[in-house]
Design a protein around this ligand. Sequence first.
Ligand code: NAG
Ligand code: NAG
Ligand code: NAG
Length: 624
Amino acid sequence: MQVAIGIVLNGLIGLAAASYSSSEFDWTTISPSTDLEYHDCFDDFKCARLIAPLDYKNDTDPRTVVIAMIKLPAVVPDDDPAFAGSIFTNPGGPGGAGVGFMVRAGKGLRNVLDKPGRRHYEILSFDPRGVGNSWPRANCFVRDTLARNAILLELRGHGPLNSGGGSAVPYVLALQKAIGRRCQDAEESNINGGQIMAYMGTPNVARDMVQMVDKIAELRARDASARKYLSYNGNDQEDRLKLKRRKASQVDYGVPRLQYIGYSYGTVLGNYFASLFPGRVGRIVLDGVVDVNDYSSGPGWITNLVDTDEIADRFFSGCHEAGPKICALARENDESSSSVKSRFYLWLSELDKKPISAISPTGTIVVVSSQDIRELLGSALYKPRRSFITFAKALNNAMAGDTAAIVRSLFRRHLPQPKDVCAIHNSTGPGSEEYLPEGAASVLCADGDNVLGYDAAWWKRYVDYQVNTSSIFGAYWSNIRIACNSWNFHPNWVFKGPFTTPSAKYLAFGEPVSGHPAAPILFVSNRLDPVTPLIAARAMAAQHPGAGLVVTEALGHGTMGTGDSACLHSYIADYFDTGVVPSGEALCKPDCDPWNKECDTAELETTPQNGQGYSWDYTLSARI
Ligand SMILES: *[C@@H]1O[C@H](CO)[C@@H](O)[C@H](O)[C@H]1NC(C)=O
Ligand SMILES: *[C@@H]1O[C@H](CO)[C@@H](O)[C@H](O)[C@H]1NC(C)=O
Ligand SMILES: *[C@@H]1O[C@H](CO)[C@@H](O)[C@H](O)[C@H]1NC(C)=O
C-alpha cells in the first residue's frame, strides 16, 4: 500500500510502483490512435497510446480516454511456434501505474512466466484510465504540489484517527470535504483535459482490458497477413503446415481472451474482469488476493488487517531467533522474543510522552510520533525480505537516541519535502508517472458503497473497528475509506457482483466454449499477508468454480519478492501453459527467509532499494 496525501491512503499497491524519470520517455511523442500502434520506448519496450471510449455505458457519448500501454516483447518473434501471446499485468493500487512497474519488473516477470522452448510471452501493462500517463488524468492539484504537500502536513497534525478523544475524525472529515471540493473544481475547470473521475471505477478498467485484448488481436492479424504476403514462397501446402504447427503449440482461444497476472488491487481488477466477461478469460492468476465483497460492499476495507499484528509478532520472534548478529533489536541475554517486543513497546509508549523532534535532510521540520513508528512497522511488514533487517537496525538506533535512519525513511515513504516542490510537477499533461491519491479515490470510492456525508460517529466506529483488528495499522488504514466521505462523483458504472464465473468448458477439439472461461482462476497467497490475508484468497477461490490456490509459507504482501520459489513459479508457468490448477491447496516453501542475510536479493533489485520504491509509501511528490 502506499498512502497518500491524506486524501487517501492507497491500500493495495501490491508491488513497488516507483517512478521512473519522465525524461526517460516523452509520451507526447506518440499520437494517440484508435488502432494499436507500438513505438519504441525505454530501450527494450514498446509503448502505445490507445484511444478508448470514456463512457462504455453511453453509446452516444463521443468523449474518449487515452490509455498508456507498454509491452515487453517476447524473446521470440510473433510468428515463432513458441510465441504464446500477451500476458497482461497490474501492479496494484488502486491508482497504481503499470508502466513504471513494467520498466522495473517486466523482465523478471517474463522469466517467471516463460517456458523456454515451449512458450514465450510478451508481457503487457498499462496505466489505468485516469492514472499516470493515461489521459485525462485524475489530478486535483494541477501545478500546485505545494497545496498538496500542505494538506499532508496538515493531516499529520491531528494525530492518528483514533486519537484526541475522538477529535481527529471530524477534523479529517472537514479536510476531506475541502479536498473533495477541490477535485470537483478541477474536473469542472477541464484543467485535466476533460472529465475522468466519475469514469474510473474498476468495471471501466476491466472493459478497457477487453478493448486492449481485441486491439492486440486485430494488430496481430494485420501483421500476420502482411508477413504472409511478404514471405509467400508460392507453396500453399508448406504454409498450411506451418500454420498448423503453430496452432498446435499455441493457446488458440477463438475469441480474443485475456491472459493476466494481477497483484493486490490487480486481483480486484482480475476478479471484476472474470465476473463481468467470463467468456474473455484465457488465464488469470491473482496474487495477494483482496476480498472483493468487502471491497465493493458494506463499510469497505474492513477485512484486510486480520493477520497484520500477527506478522508484527513474527517480526519480533524472528528477530529473537536470528539473534543480535543479524537483528539489531535482539540482545544476547534475551530469554524470549517477548523481551524484544516489550522493549519496543515500552519505547513506543515513551514516545507518546516525548515525541522526537527532527529536521529532514532538506530542512523540513517534523515531529516523529509513535503513530509514525507504527506506520513504518506496518510498512515493513509488506516486504519482510527487503525490510526486516534494515528496519530492525533503524529502530534499534532510534531507541538508542539516533533517529537519523528513522527520520530518513519517514521522509522517503510518508512525508513531502516542501523544498522540492517548485522543481517538480509543473506539467498539466501526461508524462508524470507518479501516484496520485485522487486516482485511487476515483476508483475505490466508485467501486465501494456510497458513504458520502456519513457522520463523525459512524466514522469513529469504523476507526475503532479497524484499530481493534490491527493496533499497528488500523488507524492508518482507515484513511483509505474516509476519503470517500466527500467524494462526490456519480460513477458511470457500478458492479456489485456476483463475483463468480461459470466453470471452464471446452469443445471436443479443445476450443473453449463461448461465454465460459478457458481455464479456472489460479489464486496465490502468502500464508501471512498484512493487507490481503489468506482467508480472502480462500473466500475468493470458493466463489469461482474449479479455482486453484497456491499458498506459500511466507510473510509479506503478495508473493513477489516475499514468497518466491521454483515451486511457486512452476505452478504459475504451468498454469499459463496448460490452464490446469492444482487441486486442493498447493503448498510451496519460499527460497528465502527475511532474516537470511545470505539470500540472493538480486531479483528484488527491480524495485528501488532506497525506499522510493516501497509500494506502501505515502506518495506525495513522486515517491511511490
Ligand atoms: C449520453 O451521452 C450523451 C452525449 O454526450 C448525453 O447527451 C446524454 O445525456 C448521456 N446519457 C447519459 C445517461 O448520461
Ligand atoms: C513551471 O511552469 C511555469 C508556467 O509554464 C514556468 O513559468 C516555470 O518556469 C516552470 N517551472 C519549472 C521549474 O519548470
Ligand atoms: C473494539 O474492541 C473492544 C474491546 O474488545 C470492544 O469493547 C469494542 O466494542 C470494539 N469496537 C468495535 C467498533 O468493534
